[in-house]
Design a protein around this ligand. Structure first.
Ligand SMILES: Cc1ncc(COP(=O)(O)O)c(C=O)c1O
Length: 441
């Protein structure tokens, strides 16, 4: 096909998707794929979920666009109230954008403007973490510690990442939890002392690492310590919940697992379950009050931010989550996933580690404990074999040091049924075993 689509994978033409139904996608040859990654952790309530589509269809006949400096709109106001009711503590002021990258940049700007409103304009630096991903725009990529994704545009990027991840399976400090006393979290204090807290506005973290580290979940105490250091040093804590927000980990927001209240939450993806583009931030009330008491402006978005179709879709999503008890059920499915993944690991030589929470799981691969070489392209082999067998999984390579480390992410729609979970694991095991066979394991 002579496509004029500016493909990211010109050597590898993609199938043409035709329709979706629940956890399945179908291409134009009527091949069926089980979407084991919800696209990119996005179609959380499945494809073409009729209850959500209905809210958008109703909205489309009523009001399709308003501009943010001229009007607010009903679905937007409703959505802000719903999000504020779900978010932890005093996180209650919501601003919208269209992609996770834009929302991450909103958080970056807001942190700076907030400190400026407090009379501290020198608090400009943002600290982030290696093996993180906050988006593809230049500001969001600057915050991201994903070495491969930074590489091509390094000339344009600021040097934000500084912290190592709490990655116990390959501890960057070669320590053991809990004897380490959470050295990786404590390291934040050292960095703040070196940089001077008066120059730092915020720390941004993914609660559970997504594409840059397949399900790396911090040990108990890590985020509590990060929170404590941020508060002690007058630094905002931004949690990037673009993947983890709205039920993915078995809580509305993953921050709840550690009982912490961030100062800003970044959300996107699952908030509209892939129906319409929508993202945003939820800020602590005190941040909003400080800005507006000082009469300072904060530019909160883009032309399409908070448009009625996207916000209507998100209202449909949040209603569906509540009505069908999705968050609790995701927690339960997560326990089943953990059990099944551990069983799979015990029978597959290729599997080095399984990690995650709720319905966000990573599977790491090794050659009997030794890392594959990057040129062996193990992650690509696994993802392609799964795809051939009709299972979509998300690649995550290079999480050790930017080049080494092979893994995949499993993050199926939260509405996946027991029978579909069985099918997912059957296709996954078949695919891994076929790759094992090719490698003469
Ligand atoms: C944690 C996280 N933040 C931000 C983003 C960027 O979102 P988007 O691709 O919608 O710009 C992503 C995308 O994968 C993400 O995983």
């Amino acid at each position: 096909m002579n496509s004029r689509f500016f493909s990211q994978t010109p050597d590898h033409p993609l199938p043409v998707a035709h329709h979706g139904q629940g956890v399945f996608l179908f291409d134009d040859q009527n091949r069926k794929y089980l979407d084991g990654s919800s696209g990119a952790m996005t179609a959380n309530l499945g494809h073409c979920n009729a209850e959500i589509s209905k809210t958008v269809k109703e909205q489309i006949d009523l009001l399709t666009f308003t501009y943010r400096s001229q009007f607010t709109n009903q679905p937007l106001e409703l959505l802000c109230n719903k999000i504020a009711a779900l978010a932890p503590g005093s996180l209650e002021m919501v601003a919208f954008a269209n992609s996770g990258s834009e929302a991450a940049e909103l958080a970056l700007k807001l942190a700076y403007s907030y400190w400026k409103s407090c009379g501290k304009p020198n608090k400009q630096r943002m600290i982030s973490r290696w093996n993180s991903y906050h988006g593809s725009t230049i500001g969001a990529l600057s915050m991201s510690g994903n070495v491969a994704r930074r590489q091509e545009y390094s000339a344009y990027l600021s040097d934000f990442p500084r912290l190592e991840l709490p990655f116990c399976h390959h501890c960057p400090y070669e320590k053991e939890y809990p004897q380490c006393n959470l050295f990786c979290a404590e390291y934040l204090q050292r960095i703040l002392t070196q940089l001077g807290e008066e120059t730092v506005s915020a720390v941004i973290c993914e609660p559970v690492t997504g594409a840059s580290g397949a399900g790396i979940t911090p040990p108990e105490g890590y985020f509590q310590k990060i929170r404590e250091i941020c508060s002690r040093n007058h630094i905002l804590l931004i949690m990037d919940e673009v993947i983890t927000g709205f039920g993915r980990t078995g809580t509305h927001f993953a921050s709840e697992h550690w009982g912490i209240q961030p100062d800003i939450i970044v959300f996107g993806k699952g908030v509209s379950s892939g129906l319409c583009p929508l993202s945003g931030i939820i800020a602590d009330r005190r941040i909003y009050d400080s800005l507006y008491e000082k009469g300072m402006s904060f530019s909160t978005g883009h032309t399409f931010s908070g448009n009625p179709l996207s916000t209507a879709a998100a209202n449909g999503v949040l209603d569906y989550i509540e009505k069908h008890d999705i968050v609790r059920k995701t927690g339960e499915k997560g326990i089943l996933f953990k059990k099944k993944l551990e069983e799979l690991k015990s029978g597959c030589k290729l599997i080095e580690d399984v990690r995650g929470i709720g319905l966000l799981w990573g599977i790491e691969f090794s050659k009997g404990g030794t890392l594959f070489l990057p040129e062996e392209k193990l992650t690509t082999k696994i993802v392609s074999q799964c795809f051939k067998n009709g299972l979509i999984v998300y690649p995550s390579a290079g999480f050790i040091d930017g080049v080494r480390g092979d893994s995949i992410l499993l993050s199926p729609p939260l509405v996946i049924t027991q029978e579909e979970i069985e099918l997912l694991f059957a296709l996954l095991e078949k695919s891994i075993r076929e790759v094992e066979g090719q490698l003469a394991f």
